[in-house]
Design a protein around this ligand. Structure first.
Ligand code: BTN
Length: 235
């Protein structure tokens, strides 16, 4: 496996996208600092010191690119699982944010790219707020760090290795069975289930997580399946 360490880069996702032709499948690019870290929905990803910012490149057949959503959910589930192994009481907020004590500690940005001879790629960008003492004032109501919540320092190298091992170990199950293999585990840690949520601006009741990871909601007695969007929750 290739692991590329960079001291400073604009964004590990951008870097992988631009250089992927030179990289093998499953290459991981890690950066100590990002100057233009990107989040979902064109937002920025605030660069905190002593965090984890990395991207995994998966080269896939174009046919498989529809797996991007369940694959991203799977990645969140793996990170949640590893954090829990470390005793962290983390939860998943649909679709793939990891929360601790009601605030975000990890986000995932998956991007599709390339189209060469039937091949494409998925770049899974992972940002985890680890050992920074705190987050900047402007995001302190919505985000936090493992250190701020647990008063502990985490060994980032171990954390990365554990995440990558776990990810690789279960990827074959994902390939064979899809998201449904992980659905029960996902549901047991998903904070949205059974709650009133605001999704893409609409108020609904979150009833279930579907076979492919979609959010199954109820609105005015009707069942609505949502496969992407932003859930706003109030704790
Ligand atoms: C989100 O919750 O909005 C997703 C955040 C994803 C951040 C990571 S950090 C590593 C990778 N490179 C980026 O520019 N973004 C992702």
């Amino acid at each position: 496996k290739e692991f590329i360490y960079i001291d400073e880069v604009d964004s590990t996702n951008t870097y992988v996208k631009q250089n992927q032709q030179h990289f093998k499948n499953a290459t991981v690019v890690y950066a100590e600092r990002q100057t233009q870290g990107r989040g979902r929905l064109s937002r920025r990803w605030v660069d905190l010191e002593k965090g984890i910012k990395m991207s995994i490149l998966l080269k896939l057949l174009l046919l498989d690119l529809e797996k991007i959503i369940p694959l991203t959910l799977f990645t969140g589930l793996v990170i949640n699982r590893v954090l829990r192994k470390y005793g962290v009481n983390s939860f998943i907020k649909w679709s793939n944010d990891i929360y601790l004590n009601g605030k975000k500690i990890c986000g995932i940005l998956s991007e599709l790219s390339g189209e060469v001879e039937g091949l494409g790629s998925i770049i899974i960008g992972i940002g985890i707020n680890v050992n920074a003492k705190s987050v900047p004032e402007d995001i302190k109501d919505i985000a936090t760090t493992l250190k701020a919540e647990t008063s502990q320092d985490f060994d980032r190298t171990r954390l990365i290795i554990d995440i990558l091992i776990e990810f690789e170990r279960d990827l074959s199950n994902f390939d064979k069975y899809g998201f449904s293999y992980f659905r029960d585990e996902y549901k047991s840690f998903c904070i949205n289930l059974g709650k009133e949520i605001l999704i893409n601006g609409e108020r609904m009741l979150c009833r279930d997580i579907g076979e492919n990871g979609e959010l199954v909601c109820e609105k005015d007695g009707k069942i609505i399946e949502i496969s992407s969007g932003e859930v706003t929750i109030r704790f």
